[in-house]
Design a protein around this ligand. Structure first.
Ligand SMILES: NC(=O)c1ccc[n+]([C@@H]2O[C@H](COP(=O)([O-])OP(=O)(O)OC[C@H]3O[C@@H](n4cnc5c(N)ncnc54)[C@H](OP(=O)(O)O)[C@@H]3O)[C@@H](O)[C@H]2O)c1
Length: 354
């Protein structure tokens, strides 16, 4: 732990899969490049035993307090920020409770089920003057910074008119009907779980701006419904001002062939690779001019990569900011406008919205 870096004290809500990965990354030894110190001081779960098991399984350096309810964690004065790691329909209420208890909040994606609920949360955080961010961790990978710089600042392949994006993981058929990805009551469906990343890449690849400054866009989509939710959702996002289109898909059948996004520029192509569209690992640039050599960028990587967003959040809070510049709250709302539109076109309404 460095004395010169800011320290953020985390309370974790939901002792499940993603919370385990997140806290594991916070414990990685990153002394050479960490931008903040992270302490995990509390874990809140549906039972104390489950919180204790989570701590035993996932943590080696931290000894957080185990709580058998979320409300007890919100009262803990040692908690600066609450990380919400529950399934999507169960983000809003604990996030609101944490905000009302005066805690900062990092909420797993999607922040809520829809635009309206996200706006409610944002309004609550603004009123309470606490930090709030949707945990779209992909945007904080250093390789994504490099990608944006190459595409938008250096314009390494010139003006871009088309992007192809895919995030597919299998296999929907093998999931039990009560799995959160399949169950409409648990926010099931491809769009909210993985399609949000495809849309994120469309935003990253075609628009240099975020939030309020975003370029105008429109969206058409089509989905394949199964078990009451979208097993495949595909969309075309058009940016009329720059005469560009993103053609994107998310699917619970199949497996992305490690090619996350391919951008076609006037001078060549930029392709980003990764096992999942959420975690990019390699950029390849190929030029139409056969005299020019291809460029490959593949930086080293530690853990899953959740520490990058955690560092950004810690720096924001240390600097008294209430939202992040890379993932501002208006960008969350913009992505929800797109996702609401796609769900409207396939008629997917969650029971919590009725
Ligand atoms: N950023 C990423 O890379 C990433 C990856 C995967 C998932 N996610 C997001 O993280 C969230 C959680 O996903 P997950 O796979 O970790 O979920 P999970 O393991 O199924 O559940 C996480 C925790 O949520 C609580 N929970 C589960 N089912 C519940 C229910 N029916 N009602 C109320 N609480 C329930 C439980 O916490 P307690 O019993 O401990 O209270 C559970 O341990 C989702 O919104 C997902 O989109 C993000």
């Amino acid at each position: 732990m460095s004395n010169t870096l800011p320290t953020l004290r985390w309370g974790i809500i939901g002792a499940g899969s993603i919370s385990g990965k997140f806290v594991g990354d916070l414990e990685i030894d990153r002394s050479s490049y960490a931008k903040a110190n992270h302490q995990i001081v509390a874990v809140g779960s549906s039972s104390v035993e489950k919180a204790e098991q989570f701590i035993f399984k996932n943590l080696r350096k931290n000894s957080p307090k185990a709580y058998g309810s979320y409300s007890e964690l919100f009262k803990d004065p040692n908690v600066d920020i609450v990380y919400i790691g529950t399934p999507h329909p169960f983000h809003k209420q604990p996030a609101l409770d944490a905000i009302n208890a005066g805690k900062h909040v990092l909420c797993e994606k999607p922040m809520t089920l829809n635009y309206k609920d996200a706006k409610d949360l944002i309004d609550a955080a603004t009123k309470k003057k606490v930090f709030l961010m949707e945990a779209v961790w992909t945007r904080f990978f250093p390789i994504v910074e490099t990608f944006k710089d190459l595409v938008h600042n250096k314009k390494i392949v010139g003006d871009i008119h088309r992007a192809f994006i895919d995030f597919a993981i299998k296999d929907f058929d093998e999931l039990p009907s009560n799995h959160r990805l399949k169950d409409i009551n648990l926010g099931g469906g491809a769009l909210l779980d993985i399609g949000i990343y495809s849309i994120t890449w469309a935003r990253l690849g075609l628009d240099p701006n975020v939030g309020k400054k975003a370029l105008k866009l429109n969206v058409v989509s089509s989905s394949v419904m199964d078990a009451g939710v979208d097993a495949i959702s595909s969309a075309i996002i058009t940016y009329p001002e720059i005469k560009a289109q993103a053609i994107l898909s998310s699917s619970f059948w199949g497996n992305t062939s490690r090619e996350i996004i391919r951008l076609e520029g006037k001078l060549g192509k930029i392709t980003v690779f990764g096992k999942y569209a959420s975690c990019p690992t390699k950029i390849k640039i190929t030029f139409d001019d056969s005299e020019k050599e291809d460029i490959t960028i593949e930086p080293p990587k530690d853990g899953f990569g959740y520490h990058y967003e955690a560092d950004a959040v810690a720096l924001d809070i240390a600097n008294g900011k209430l939202e992040d510049d890379i993932m501002p709250l208006d960008e969350t709302l913009l992505i929800f406008k797109i996702m609401d539109k796609i769900r409207e076109q396939c008629g997917l309404v969650y029971p919590q919205e009725k």
